[in-house]
Each structure stands twice: as structure tokens, then as C-alpha cells.
Design a protein around this ligand. Structure first.
Ligand SMILES: [Zn+2]
Length: 115
């Protein structure tokens, strides 16, 4: 696995975005996924971030490979929670890094396709 080294210069913004089987921090310079454990985050915030990431895609019926009827609402809630988490991350690490939140648009994208 490649390692992002640019973040160590504190020049690159860090994008907070949930994805399946990845930590939610991404380097915006090289697009690499960043290991949460390399950041001095409090364990409670770390847990919240991990929980939030695990719930990514809960608007999808994986077995049938389609969106749940309330997918848009679930995705919205996920994004609201993500925004709040981003604010918490900024409070803890904002002195060293710049964070930007990237909301999920999957459900809205697919529901527009169906309509
Ligand atoms: Zn990087």
C-alpha cells in the first residue's frame, strides 16, 4: 500500500468522506486514503468516526443491489452526522490540518437517474 507523505508538510487539505472499507480521511493532494491512527484524535472521536464510516451505504439494499425506499433521507442523515463530525475533527486537529467535508451524493444521484 502506498503512503501519503504530503500531509506531513501540513500543506494539503484533508477530505472527510465515508467509503466502504476505508478510513474516512483522504489526502486531497494525492487522493490516498489516510490511516486514522496516524492522527492525534481522541478515542471517543475516533470511535464516532469509525461508527459513522461503518454506516456508510446503509441506504443500499446490498442483496438486491438497489436503494432502499428511504435512501435519500438516510443519506441526508449520514451527511448531517458527517458534517458534525467534521466540526469536531476541526476542533481537535484544526490547528495542524485543514479539513473539508465531502458529502455522499450516491442516493441523490441514483434517485435522479430513476426519475
Ligand atoms: Zn498525499
Amino acid at each position: 500500500m502506498m503512503k501519503c507523505l504530503c500531509v506531513q508538510d501540513f500543506k494539503c487539505e484533508i477530505k472527510i468522506e465515508a467509503d466502504v472499507a476505508a478510513d474516512p480521511f483522504w489526502c486531497t493532494c494525492c487522493n490516498l486514503n489516510l490511516d486514522l491512527e496516524n492522527f492525534p484524535i481522541s478515542s471517543s472521536l475516533l470511535n464516532s468516526l469509525e461508527e459513522w464510516t461503518m454506516r456508510y451505504g446503509e441506504w443500499i439494499d446490498w442483496e438486491r443491489d438497489r436503494l432502499l425506499p428511504n435512501a435519500l433521507l438516510l443519506e441526508q442523515q449520514h451527511n448531517i452526522a458527517g458534517k458534525l463530525l467534521t466540526e469536531k475533527v476541526k476542533k481537535e486537529l484544526g490547528e495542524y490540518y485543514t479539513f473539508i467535508f465531502s458529502p455522499s451524493t450516491m442516493a441523490s444521484y441514483f434517485s435522479n437517474q430513476l426519475m
